[in-house]
Design a protein around this ligand. Structure first.
Ligand code: AMP
Ligand code: ZN
Length: 116
C-alpha cells in the first residue's frame, strides 16, 4: 500500500533490521525499543490492524504468534523461563501509530501491569 511505512519495510524500500522473513510475515527490530528485545512482526500483505482481520487471515495471524515464540526463544526468553509480552494496539486510545497490523514482541525485562 502506498505511503505505508511497514509496507515500505516489507518491500525493502526503507531500511530495517530484519530478523525473520517468510512469504507471509516479516519481523524487524523496533526503531525505538521499549525493552532489550523489541521486535515488530507484520504480515507482508497490508492489513490495517487486528480489528480488520477476517476469517481468511487465521493462518497469517497464527504464523505471527508462532514467529514471536521463535524469536523470543532464540533470544533466550523462552516461555518456560523468562517469557515475553505480545501487544497489538488498535485505534487512537491505544496510541497505535502505524496503520499496518503489527505484533510487538517485548522481552528482557520484567513488564509492568497495568500498561500505561
Ligand atoms: P504502535 O504504536 O503500536 O502503532 O507501534 C508502532 C511501532 O513501530 C513503534 O514501536 C515504533 O517505534 C515502531 N516503528 C515506527 N517506525 C519504524 C521503523 N521505520 N522501523 C522500525 N520500527 C518502527
Ligand atoms: Zn502497509
Amino acid at each position: 500500500m502506498a505511503d505505508c511505512i511497514f509496507c515500505s519495510i516489507v518491500a525493502g524500500d526503507i531500511p530495517a533490521k530484519i530478523v525473520h522473513r517468510t512469504e507471509s510475515v516479516v519481523a524487524f527490530k523496533d526503531i525505538n525499543p521499549q525493552a532489550p528485545l523489541h521486535v515488530q512482526i507484520v504480515p507482508t500483505r497490508h492489513i490495517r490492524d487486528a480489528a480488520a482481520l477476517g476469517a481468511d487471515d487465521a493462518v497469517v495471524l497464527s504464523e505471527m504468534v508462532a514467529v514471536a515464540k521463535t524469536i523470543a526463544t532464540d533470544a533466550g526468553y523462552d516461555p518456560e523461563a523468562r517469557g515475553y509480552r505480545l501487544v497489538m494496539n488498535i485505534g487512537p486510545d491505544s496510541l497505535s501509530s502505524v496503520p499496518h497490523l503489527h505484533l510487538h514482541v517485548l522481552a528482557g525485562r520484567t513488564m509492568e501491569w497495568p500498561p500505561g
